[in-house]
Design a protein around this ligand. Sequence first.
Ligand SMILES: [Zn+2]
Length: 113
Amino acid sequence: MTVLKIRKGDEVQVIAGKDRGKRGSVQEVEPQKHRAVVAGVNISKRHQKPNPQQNIKGGIIEEPRPMDVSKLMLVCPKCGKATRVGHETDENGNKHRVCKACGEEIRTQGEGS
Ligand SMILES: [Zn+2]
């Protein structure tokens, strides 16, 4: 199984493609497909036809589409830089991620100790 460096709740920066330079938080990760959905990034617009029976209003719906994680770089919560991520194992055998820029451990919501 592939371990992605990006996890749900991370802040990431886009490093390639039309949204290059944008930042957003990761909403969803699809490890099998090596993709992630980032809020406000890779937005696709689609036209929604109104359907009163299902209480759906018509209009243009904007939603983020999954994008390849190779186009994303993690933003370190400590130093605020888009950074490479390293992995370290502590004395208890727990693996965690570290920022290669400042050396701080990177934690996200849902990542317990
Ligand atoms: Zn850092």
